[in-house]
Design a protein around this ligand. Structure first.
Ligand SMILES: Nc1ncnc2c1ncn2[C@@H]1O[C@H](COP(=O)(O)OP(=O)(O)OP(=O)(O)O)[C@@H](O)[C@H]1O
Ligand SMILES: O=P(O)(O)OC[C@H]1O[C@H](OP(=O)(O)OP(=O)(O)O)[C@H](O)[C@@H]1O
Length: 218
């Protein structure tokens, strides 16, 4: 049998993603150590983990370099790649919002809105649907800075606890979409490795049910 290749997003989702597969019985001790390695194998279960940058997970899965991937819905929406979205994993919860200075009236201004974001495709589509013309400023981080220094009027970004907005004196102007981590699959792998992928989906469901029951009991 071949390896099943799983792309885990480095960063915030890596630990939770790996924990889920560990709970399924696909542990790989080496991954828990502090190393700079990017490939980890469980020889017995024929599972191979690859650690990739969060925004690259869709590319690896689309092209079949990974059969499965764990990635945020925000990245899925932004990258616009081809694959199957198999299930909501229930962690990595946050939301997409438009945020700006307190009292900023986005809808009453007829001027082109300057929008700073790490998610240009998501922002472009959202404002197009609203019929609002925007001047898009693509940034790579610390997006909250943009309205504070006059680079943009508003930002489109992720909010989890709201702490970053609060500490920079910004407010949510509009909620856009709920976000959570998803399990995704390469379309060919889904057919060729269907039994193994179906088995994993079943295990995910079981783990989620157990977690839900435990949450209720606590
Ligand atoms: N507070 C949060 N901020 C950002 N992403 C979050 C948050 N909470 C959960 N997530 C999820 O975690 C995913 C990965 O976030 P992470 O910050 O590790 O990656 P990144 O933004 O690509 O990192 P990098 O700083 O390397 O660019 C996001 O795509 C999102 O789905
Ligand atoms: O609501 P909060 O819990 O404060 O989290 C939201 C912040 O976290 C993310 O940034 P990240 O930490 O990835 O840093 P970055 O600005 O360098 O992208 C996101 O872009 C927000 O800035």
């Amino acid at each position: 049998m071949e390896y099943l290749n799983i792309a885990l997003a480095k960063g915030r989702l890596a630990q939770k993603g790996y924990k889920l597969f560990k709970e399924m019985g696909f542990e790989c001790e080496e991954i828990e150590k502090n190393t700079r390695k990017l490939i980890f194998v469980n020889e017995e279960k024929l599972i191979r983990y690859i650690l990739v940058k969060a925004s690259d997970v869709p590319a690896y899965v689309e092209r079949g370099a990974a059969d499965l991937g764990v990635v945020g819905k925000d990245t899925i929406m932004e990258e616009e790649k081809e694959f199957y979205e198999l299930c909501d994993l229930g962690f990595g919860k946050c939301k997409f919002v438009i945020a700006g200075p307190p009292g900023y009236e986005m809808n009453t201004s007829y001027e082109t809105l300057r929008v700073a974001t790490k998610y240009p495709n998501v922002a472009k589509k959202y404002f197009l649907k609203k019929g609002k013309q925007i001047d898009l400023i693509k940034l790579n981080g610390s997006v909250e800075l943009a309205p504070l220094v006059g680079l943009a009027d508003v930002i489109v970004d992720i909010v989890e606890t709201g702490r970053t907005l609060k500490e920079n004196g910004l407010k949510v102007i509009e909620d856009m979409y709920h976000i959570s981590a998803r399990l995704i699959a390469n379309k060919v792998s889904f057919k060729m490795k269907n039994n193994r992928i179906k088995e994993i989906m079943k295990k995910v469901r079981l783990i989620q049910e157990v977690n839900k029951r435990n949450d209720k009991d606590n």
